[in-house]
Design a protein around this ligand. Sequence first.
Ligand SMILES: Nc1ncnc2c1ncn2[C@@H]1O[C@H](COP(=O)(O)OP(=O)(O)OP(=O)(O)O)[C@@H](O)[C@H]1O
Ligand SMILES: [Mg+2]
Length: 260
Amino acid sequence: MSDPLLQAQSVSHTYRRRNRVTHALAGVSFGVRGDEFVCVVGNSGSGKSTLLRILGGLLAPSAGQVQFRGGTVQTPQTEIGFVFQNTNLMPWRTALENVLLPLELQKTPDAQDRARACAALALMGLEEFADAYPAQLSGGMAQRLTLTRALLQEPALLLMDEPFGALDALTRERLNQELLRIHRDRAQTVLMITHSIQEAIFLADRVLVLSGQPGELRGDIPVELPRPRALEMLTWPQAGALNREIRACLATGAQEGKQH
Ligand SMILES: Nc1ncnc2c1ncn2[C@@H]1O[C@H](COP(=O)(O)OP(=O)(O)OP(=O)(O)O)[C@@H](O)[C@H]1O
Ligand SMILES: [Mg+2]
């Protein structure tokens, strides 16, 4: 088997603020192979966002390390794209200008870059909104814009923290389908946090389960549903069994969680 694209090795993290100490993550190890789609589920406070920030080099772990393409991650990497839960759009920039922002940090965008950005907006059904400001977009459109911005960088790895959590069920389903299409067409490697076990089963090749406080990895569960995925597969007995297995893993850390 090929080496993983991303490897977390015994990653632990403790936040220290004045005299308050929070143990957020304890000894988390796993690998993500190129073109895998991995979802992370876990109770609130189990360290999911902390883990994502560490994987992307935005936060240094208290112990352990992260390897990306065999090198230790210590700072943000241009080959790792982010989509956060809040859309992070600049309100004074148009959709097109927001999409071009990460590129501007590297160079002055030329006509070719603008054309590529417009094509990416069109792919996400946002071509008519290139000149619109974030306040003029719906929640779903703003999330599609954030996704467009992350994908324009053509990141080897896309890290997402509950990207569609605030959206209505239908918009969320549509964006999930879009994400699966991108995953398939580009062989895009994705690691995505979600609160929804059903969403994780629908999207992922593997579901990682974080549980407890500090969060520990309590499950690494392969999803062997065929691709392309269809929503009706969630009604299959196999999906029901996965759902129960994930819930059982979540429950193993719940006792510790209750003490907080
Ligand atoms: N910047 C910070 N400073 C201090 N403590 C923090 C900080 N960020 C997170 N924590 C604490 O670390 C723990 C894990 O937080 P984290 O945000 O990683 O959890 P999460 O699994 O993403 O939760 P949620 O599902 O609610 O988003 C929590 O107890 C939280 O209070
Ligand atoms: Mg979080």
